[in-house]
Structures are given as structure tokens and as C-alpha cells.
Design a protein around this ligand. Structure first.
Ligand SMILES: O=c1ccn([C@H]2C[C@H](O)[C@@H](COP(=O)(O)O)O2)c(=O)[nH]1
Length: 161
């Protein structure tokens, strides 16, 4: 999937949020932590690791919204480090197990935060690609859900979130 439109939309949303909240500091670390938190929220909604519970995963729409929350922060981190020339979503890792991919993704985010190169950034995208594959999300669905959540984020700012 071409990422150009998403980077542009994210850049606009980020500047709106920063202006609205009068923030001028370097936000890389906070956004990095935000991505790790979003990844955990996503894992929690899938309940993939909850061997002690009989309850199934949340509804697909709920999981998809959590997924695109991560995509927001992933784009935003790339913008912070001038890596938004990444045009195409890198090929997904081949991984079938949700627990394994969540752990790999977590590691890839920490690795990117330590060494922010295009290569470590692409690995995070490949991990998220694998998560989408396992969850059965198409690029079209992800794009549509991203656009909807991006708008919701503006609305929340206007409502004094
Ligand atoms: O600089 C920012 C800060 C927040 N968000 C978006 C990403 C997620 O969609 C949402 C997370 O908000 P919480 O629901 O976790 O508060 O905010 C951004 O896009 N850019």
C-alpha cells in the first residue's frame, strides 16, 4: 500500500494536535511509549495470549480501531525522524502466531527507538503487516479505518479530549 497519503494526513493531524495543546518539546520518546501502549491495547483486544480465559476476542471493528491507533503513532514517529519518504508498506514478516508477532513487534519498536534508521523503521512496518495478515485485515480496510480514526482524532480535540 502507498503510504504517502497517510503520512500527509498524519503530519496535518500532528501539527493540529500540537498547536491545539501548545506543545513544543521533542515528542519522539512520548510517541514511542504511546506506540508500545497501543500495541499492548491491541494485543489485549485480541485476547490471543489469555490462555486462562474462555472469553473470545473483541469485535473485529474494535480490534481494527486499536490497530489503526498504532498506525497513527507509527507514522508520527517516522515523521519525527524524517523517515516519511517511505513510500510503500514493506513486505510483512511471515509469522502465523499472534503471541510471537506481538513480542517481535514490541522488540522492533524498542530497537527502532534506540537506532532510528530506515531499516529499523521498516522492520516495525513489516511486523504490523504480519499482524494485519494474521487478523485478516486488508490494506483497504486499514486505510479506511485510518481515515475514519484520523477524523475522530480531530473531533476529539475539538471536544476538549
Ligand atoms: O500526536 C498525536 C497524538 C495522538 N494521536 C492519535 C493517535 C491515536 O489514534 C489516538 C490515541 O489516543 P488515546 O485514545 O490513546 O488517548 O491519538 C496522533 O495521531 N498524534
Amino acid at each position: 500500500m502507498n503510504l504517502e497519503k497517510l503520512f500527509t494526513m498524519q503530519e496535518e493531524l500532528d501539527s493540529y494536535i500540537q498547536t491545539n495543546n501548545e506543545v513544543n518539546e521533542d515528542l519522539f520518546e512520548k510517541k514511542g511509549l504511546a506506540l508500545i501502549v497501543e500495541l499492548a491495547e491491541l494485543a489485549n483486544e485480541t485476547r490471543a495470549f489469555k490462555f486462562w480465559s474462555a472469553k473470545g476476542p473483541s469485535e473485529r471493528e474494535v480490534i481494527l480501531e486499536e490497530y489503526v491507533d498504532s498506525i497513527h503513532f507509527l507514522l508520527s514517529l517516522g515523521i519525527e525522524k524524517d523517515l516519511n519518504m517511505l513510500n510503500e508498506w514493506p513486505d510483512p514478516l511471515s509469522e502465523q502466531d499472534l503471541t510471537a508477532i506481538f513480542l517481535k513487534t514490541n522488540k522492533s519498536i524498542l530497537n527502532f527507538m534506540e537506532k532510528h534508521s530506515m531499516s529499523t523503521y521498516q522492520t516495525v512496518w513489516s511486523c504490523y503487516g504480519a499482524i494485519a495478515d494474521i487478523l485478516g485485515f486488508t490494506y483497504e480496510e486499514v486505510l479506511e479505518a485510518y481515515v475514519a480514526k484520523n477524523q475522530k482524532n480531530y473531533d476529539r480535540q475539538k471536544d476538549g479530549y
